[in-house]
Ligand binder design. Structure first.
Ligand SMILES: [Ca+2]
Length: 187
């Protein structure tokens, strides 16, 4: 009986963080218990340790209300490869900040996929996998292909029980959707 009790406890914990599909049009969507207020993109040039960027989308009061602070223009060097990571935070209570990557990259990884979409000046390739070996997307490699302005769209999709190796950006529901403006310049 002791084993049974433990299993029930684990199931309850796994259900605490779940998505709500009430508004797929919005860039940031409320969860039943969590709200994504912050999407943070970090880039690190593999060949030049001093070339790092942190770009942040912030909607401190969550969906609706005050307008979000859009990310600043990020400047990248041409002919470079950047290791990229994205972090999702709930900062609606500044004294109790939740790092949602713990769930997205942990117990909820099989139900989420982060899609990275760029224009022609960049190429983004997801490098991390969920527990089943399908692409996850908290980490990616970003390569600069040509100079000019471009945009990197980060779309966190919730795919509860429907994620496969071929899941598309139109599948499931949007949990967060942010476009980071980027400019590639000659080094
Ligand atoms: Ca808001």
């Amino acid at each position: 009986m002791k084993t049974k009790t433990t299993l029930v406890g684990l199931t309850a914990a796994a259900l605490l963080w779940s998505c709500d599909d009430s508004s797929v049009e919005s860039p940031v969507e409320d969860h039943e218990h969590e709200s994504i207020t912050t999407v943070q993109l970090k880039l690190a040039n593999r060949a030049l340790a001093s070339d790092t960027l942190t770009l942040t989308f912030l909607d401190a009061d969550g969906n609706g209300g005050a307008k979000p602070l859009q990310p600043a223009l990020g400047r990248l060097k041409s002919g470079a490869v950047y290791d990229a990571t994205v972090r999702f935070l709930d900062q609606s209570n500044p004294s109790d900040i939740h790092d949602l990557n713990e769930e997205i990259g942990g117990s909820e990884s099989d139900d989420h996929r982060i899609f990275w979409t760029t224009g022609s000046k960049l190429n983004a390739s997801v490098v991390d996998l969920d527990s089943k070996g399908f692409l996850l997307g908290l980490r990616a490699t970003l390569t600069t292909l040509a100079t000019g302005t471009d945009s990197l769209r980060i779309n966190l999709r919730h795919l509860p029980g429907i994620k496969t190796a071929t899941s598309k950006i139109t599948d499931g529901e949007t949990d967060a959707d942010v476009a980071f403006p980027l400019e590639v310049t000659a080094p």
